[in-house]
Design a protein around this ligand. Structure first.
Ligand SMILES: *Cc1c(COP(=O)(O)O)cnc(C)c1O
Length: 223
């Protein structure tokens, strides 16, 4: 197991070399031993999609791991991750942002957040449309949120064999990202991260200018 994890991660890291993109190892459903293997290889940036699992793993593993929440977050659970989470990729409402700001303030922290956009064809996937995105960016109250930073966008492409479709969804998200990056610059809006690309499509995402790829099964095998 250890050898295959090492091989897989080295292969992914080699594809990221000389690109803008950094790897987030998606560790959801995998036991602590596997996370420890990555840690021992010197790799310390992990993503989980459930708050409870994230909080439990954080408590048991070394404290210099950088934890990313990539799955849906309910307001009443923000308090469990606010003390340590390094980035939340899945912000989908202004009220959630407000709660993150409040809990970050209680912990005397500033939490980096990404707004999750709906880019896929499937309507089962979560995320904001453009109108909702601009409503958040232009909300007057946002300026008073001193304990969050909006650092970019996240999106999940349609689950399909059709590479052209995936590519065009990523292109659209990158275009939107660039537009906001050049038009919105405030104390707490500072776009620099674009989170797109998973095991099945991260090579395309890299070509389309992603900065964060979220890869699970290509490292650990299928769940
Ligand atoms: C599970 C998950 C991933 C990783 O998926 P793989 O196909 O295993 O690489 C990426 N992003 C999100 C939001 C996920 O829930």
């Amino acid at each position: 197991m250890k050898e295959s994890i090492k091989e897989n991660i080295n292969e992914i890291l080699s594809k990221l070399e000389n690109t803008e993109a950094k790897l987030i190892a998606v560790t959801k459903t995998h036991p602590l031993e596997k996370l420890q293997i990555l840690y021992d290889l010197g790799f310390k940036t992990f993503g989980e999609n459930r708050v409870q699992e994230l909080a439990e793993k954080q408590e048991k593993l070394p404290k210099d791991i950088e934890w990313h929440l990539i799955g849906t977050l309910q307001k009443n659970k923000v308090k469990y991750i606010a003390p340590f989470v390094s980035m939340i990729h899945s912000v989908e409402s202004f009220s959630l942002l407000k709660e993150i700001n409040k809990r970050a303030a209680q912990n005397e922290r500033i939490i980096d957040c990404l707004l999750q956009m709906h880019i896929a064809e499937e309507d089962t996937k979560f995320g904001l449309d453009e109108k909702e995105l601009y409503e958040i960016l232009e909300n007057e109250e946002l300026k008073s949120f001193e304990n969050i930073k909006l650092v970019g966008l996240m999106g999940m492409a349609t689950f399909t064999e059709n590479e052209n479709q995936v590519r065009s969804e990523f292109k659209k998200l990158k275009t939107l990202f660039d537009k906001i990056k050049s038009n919105y610059n405030t104390e707490n809006i500072d776009f620099k991260e674009l989170s797109m690309g998973m095991s099945g499509d991260y090579p395309i995402a890299i070509e389309e200018g992603t900065t964060l790829v979220r890869v699970g099964s290509a490292i650990f095998g299928s769940r």
